[in-house]
Design a protein around this ligand. Structure first.
Ligand code: SF4
Ligand code: SF4
Length: 113
């Protein structure tokens, strides 16, 4: 199982993850992005780019987020999502949502080892 987008991405779409993905494996619905597990090469590049820590390698997924493996798979396979190949403006309210999630200040990279 490759990398997985989880619930913090909802209503955000900062899409900084898209900018660094070498294989274009992100796609979106109206609320968030998902990773196509058949394309992700597990390069880890996107993890540090996400300002709300929504992306995990599957092996590091906390137990309460494991259901997102199936959701990413299902959403990208079902044709309910559209590929996103270039970064674009975040959704309205994304900054507020980021603050509400506790990622208000400083460099999000401080959350990563
Ligand atoms: S940067 Fe994070 S929150 Fe924003 S679109 Fe990518 S995965 Fe979602
Ligand atoms: S781990 Fe690499 S290949 Fe997979 S989604 Fe992130 S940037 Fe793309």
């Amino acid at each position: 199982v490759p990398h997985v987008v989880t619930e913090n991405c909802r209503d955000c779409k900062f899409t900084s993850c898209v900018r660094v993905c070498p294989v274009d494996c992100f796609s979106e619905d109206d609320r968030m992005l998902y990773i196509d597990p058949t394309h992700c090469i597990d390069c880890r590049a996107c993890i540090q780019e996400c300002p709300v820590h929504a992306i995990y390698p599957h092996k590091e997924l906390p137990a309460h987020l494991r259901r997102w493996i199936a959701i990413n798979e299902e959403m990208t396979r079902s044709g309910k999502t559209t590929p996103v190949r270039a970064a674009k403006p975040a959704l309205p309210g994304a900054e507020e949502r980021k603050r509400a999630l506790g990622f208000e200040s400083a460099d999000p990279r401080r959350f990563y080892p």
